[in-house]
Structures are given as C-alpha cells and as structure tokens.
Design a protein around this ligand. Structure first.
Ligand SMILES: CC(C)(COP(=O)(O)OP(=O)(O)OC[C@H]1O[C@@H](n2cnc3c(N)ncnc32)[C@H](O)[C@@H]1OP(=O)(O)O)[C@@H](O)C(=O)NCCC(=O)NCCS
Length: 169
C-alpha cells in the first residue's frame, strides 16, 4: 500500500468512494467537476494491485491555514492504517508548504485524535472556511466536530529526525 498524489484518472474512483459515505451522510458529496478542478489537492492510497483504496485532500485557505477534507477509505480496508497514512501525507504536504496549522471538520473526532489532532470550538475557525458549509443541507446544524493539528517545534524536530533516519536506511 502506498500513498501518492492523485492523477486525473483516479477521479471516478474517488467520486465513488466519497459517494458511498456521502449516501450515509458522513461526508459531503462532491461532483465530478469539483473533483477534477481540485485534483491537485488530493492524495490517494493505492494497494498492491494498483487499486485506489483511499483518498484525502488538503485545501489551503490562507497563509497559515489549510483544511484536510474528503478523507475516505474503502470499507474493506478499514482498520489497516490507511486513513492514518493519508492524514500524515496531508500533514507532510502542509509542512512542505510552510503551513503549520491544519484543521478538519468531521464525525469521527476520535480517529483524528489518534492521528495527532485536537478538538477545538468551531467558533475558533475563521469565517472564510464556512463558504463551503453554507452550501451543505445540514448547515448550520450539523454535528461535525472541529479539530486542528499544529506544528510544535520540538515534536516536529523529532519527527523529522526519525523520517530522515528511515529514509537513509
Ligand atoms: C475514518 C476512516 C478514514 C478511518 O480510516 P482507517 O484506515 O480505518 O483508519 P486507521 O486504520 O488508519 O486508524 C488509525 C487509528 O484510528 C483508530 N480509528 C479508526 N477509525 C476510527 C473511528 N471511526 N473511531 C475511532 N477511532 C478510529 C484506529 O483504531 C487506529 O487507532 P490506533 O492509533 O490505536 O492504531 C474510515 O473509517 C472511513 O473512511 N470512514 C468513512 C468516511 C469518513 O468518515 N471520513 C472522515 C470524514 S472527515
């Protein structure tokens, strides 16, 4: 299983993945058009046979803020660390762009806490992020929880040292 930036050809699979969970009302549905337009924001998880089994996107809002969104893993692959790998890939991409805060809105806060995020009050998020929510049928009464991950210098230094050591092996 590997994580790679998404390709245009992945869009139909990403669309189906998100649609499955959107039908259960745990994600917002995305149109094919939206996905093609934002495909550069996506990472996908690919299994040994080259099949896309998960996706996530990192959307930059401002000089100091990005959102992790569209996270979905095929049901048959749940519980195998795929979701965490996608979350980590988005975080690494944010850090590569010198962003040190990523937030997410989710119905699975416990999962994100396992991945280094902490819960915050939604009101702490800047107004500009609600543009997309305004289009959602559940707005403003959805029960999504807001979480953020921020770079802490000491923790980041240790993480980077481990990553460098692993890469040199
Ligand atoms: C949420 C989701 C992405 C998790 O993916 P996954 O590949 O099964 O998760 P992982 O195997 O990487 O799990 C990482 C950790 O989170 C925990 N975890 C996974 N799903 C969890 C959940 N629903 N609730 C609480 N903890 C969860 C795992 O036990 C694991 O814990 P560990 O630190 O002890 O190892 C996946 O269940 C999914 O696609 N759900 C439907 C879509 C969705 O809700 N997306 C989020 C919208 S923002």
């Amino acid at each position: 299983m590997k994580i790679r930036p998404a390709k245009v050809g992945d869009v139909p699979t990403i669309y189906e993945l998100i649609r499955t969970f959107a039908d259960r009302k745990v994600m917002i549905r995305r149109s094919l058009g939206e996905l093609y337009e934002s495909i550069r924001e996506f990472f996908v998880a690919v299994d040994e046979d080259g099949r896309v089994v998960g996706c996530a996107a990192l959307h930059v809002f401002w000089e100091d803020l990005a959102e992790l969104k569209c996270l979905a893993v095929s049901e048959s692959m749940h519980g195998r660390g795929v979701g965490r790998k996608l979350v980590d890939a988005c975080w690494d991409a944010a850090r590569d762009m010198d962003l040190d805060t990523v937030f997410t809105l989710t119905y699975v806060p416990e999962f994100f806490e396992r991945c280094g995020y902490r819960q915050i009050d939604k009101a702490e998020l800047p107004h500009k992020i609600w543009n997309e929510c305004v289009r959602c049928p559940l707005f403003p009464n959805c029960n999504e929880t807001a979480l953020i991950r921020t770079a802490e210098p000491a923790v980041e230094a240790v993480r980077e040292a481990f990553a460098a050591a692993a890469a040199s092996r």
